[in-house]
Design a protein around this ligand. Structure first.
Ligand code: UZR
Ligand code: MG
Length: 214
């Protein structure tokens, strides 16, 4: 999109729920940190910016549509990206999928030359898009995402099979077609076959190495 020499670079990774965004971003991040150290690369997740819902009861929280842009505090994410760009550390919130709200602890993210951020709706928001220098879309088939999502939500996010299938039909699938799929047009790079696509990982790593060498 608009990479300028000598500046920070923000790389956004979007795509369907359970398409492999987190795996792709964390693999790029961890492999580069092992090679170059962690001072010049940072990683953020859009999920951390789900709105705080501590003022609502647990019952009320289960009614939120977590696949809709309104569920996210994108303004705070945009503010944090601007802060990181200007050399200031931020306190990234932490979100619990089990209690559907933020926990009290935050994670300190130090400013870095290259900032990776991943999440389902990043490319749907114009104010966020304006901040991204490089955009990636994980184009994983939806049936693969669904199978992965069932496994993950049962194992890691404290869900039952019926709650996963209900949520899938009511919000995850409709939001994919309404918001996520149309946002693919804003991607510089489309990645097929999920978060283990090592060629795509290597291409992004090579670009980051080049940016860090400038
Ligand atoms: P990823 N999500 C929840 O299920 N509960 C929450 O409290 C917050 C989020 C789900 C959300 C979305 N939607 O599909 C997914 N639903 O987390 C995004 N329904 O996370 O990109 O890691 O799949
Ligand atoms: Mg994820």
């Amino acid at each position: 999109m608009k990479v300028e020499v000598g500046k920070n670079t923000i790389i956004a990774i979007a795509g369907a729920s359970a398409s492999g965004k987190s795996l792709f971003a964390s693999t790029v991040y961890q492999e580069l940190v092992a090679e170059l150290g962690g001072e010049r690369i940072a990683i953020l997740s859009e999920d951390a910016y789900y709105r705080d819902q501590s003022h609502l009861s647990f019952e009320q929280r289960t009614l939120t549509n977590y696949d809709h842009p309104a569920a996210f505090e994108h303004e705070l994410l945009a503010t944090h990206l601007r802060a990181l760009r200007s050399g200031k550390a931020i306190q990234m919130p932490q979100y619990s999928y089990k209690i559907h709200t933020r926990i009290d602890e935050t994670i300190t993210v130090q400013p870095a030359k290259v900032i990776l951020v991943e999440g389902i709706l990043l490319l749907t928001d114009e104010k966020l898009r304006d901040q991204f220098d490089i955009t990636v879309f994980m184009d994983t088939p939806l049936d693969v995402c669904l199978l992965r999502r069932i496994k993950r939500d049962l194992e890691d996010r404290g869900r039952s099979l019926s709650s996963v299938t209900e949520q899938y039909e009511n919000s995850v699938r409709p939001a994919f077609f309404e918001f996520i799929a149309p946002s693919k047009q804003y991607a510089d790079l489309v990645v097929t076959r999920g978060g283990k696509n090592q060629i795509a990982i290597d291409i992004i790593k090579a670009k980051i190495r080049q940016l860090l060498a400038e």
